[in-house]
Design a protein around this ligand. Structure first.
Ligand code: F6P
Length: 246
């Protein structure tokens, strides 16, 4: 059992001006979200470990009713109460590896600034960068609509395959391809993790884990300052959602 948290970065100065792409830093509000995110994840990590340990302990107790004793007490001291055992084991679980992945862009790495490297295994990964909007980087949607109305329309009509013009410009399909190895790694790994990424990458990761169709995925509403938690289950992922309020 593990937790997968996915969120967009905290609010950036470009978000305030409605500019796409770029490499802007966080606003004061974005930094507040980053601080809240660290506290939230640390609490979630503890309560998850506690729930897991309790349910394991209760399962093991059931066997005792049949005269069997599968409870592994080798790492605990004689004379401890059930509660002590649960606490000791929960501590060990919550101290086990927890990965934080960010993109290489400032608004994403800055959103992980409050996570200590003693408690988290932090990695900055280029694959998680936001869609590259080529020659339209740092423009607003209004500017694009006014200056390049045909392009604006073409993207609205087919967001999935529309590729931004200019060097490095990408489409959703391009981003899906570059994210593929990461999604495979995400499915393979056993430790819990937090991914701090961007609107397009988040839509693709959530879309993959929640089985959204490729056609609906580019249109899903994924606001800033919202944390999604997924628990992978044999029949699909369970989803919970939290909204940060100041
Ligand atoms: O505005 C934030 C942002 O992440 C941009 O950098 C990016 O181009 C855009 O969202 C992607 O959203 P959409 O595909 O809906 O235009």
């Amino acid at each position: 059992d593990r937790q997968i948290f996915v969120t967009r970065h905290g609010q950036s100065t470009d978000n305030v001006e409605d500019r796409i792409g770029g490499d802007a830093s966080l606003t004061p509000l974005g930094k507040k979200f980053a601080r809240a995110l660290e506290k939230f994840i640390s609490e979630q990590r503890k309560s998850f470990a506690m729930d897991l340990t309790k349910s394991k302990y209760e399962q093991e107790k059931k066997w005792e009713a049949y005269g069997l004793d599968p409870l592994d007490l080798s790492d605990t001291m004689a004379g401890q109460t059930a509660n002590d055992i649960i606490h000791t084991k929960a501590k060990a679980i919550s101290a086990s590896q927890f990965t934080v992945w960010t993109s290489m862009l400032k608004r994403s790495t800055e959103s992980a600034n409050d996570f200590s490297t003693d408690d988290y295994d932090i990695k900055h990964i280029r694959y998680l960068n936001e869609i590259n909007s080529g020659e339209r980087e740092r423009m607003t949607y209004d500017e694009i609509k006014q200056q390049y109305p045909d392009e604006f329309k073409a993207r609205q009509e087919n967001k999935l395959t529309y590729r931004y013009p200019g060097m490095g410009g990408e489409s959703y399909i391009d981003v899906i391809h570059r994210l593929q190895p990461l999604i495979i790694e995400l499915e393979r790994m056993t430790q819990s993790c937090l991914i701090i990424t961007h609107r397009v990458a988040l839509r693709i990761i959530l879309g993959y884990l929640l089985d959204w169709s490729r056609e609906e995925m580019p249109h899903m509403l994924v606001p800033l300052h919202t944390v999604y938690e997924l628990r992978p289950k044999p029949y699909g992922s369970q989803l919970k959602k939290w909204k940060y309020v100041e």
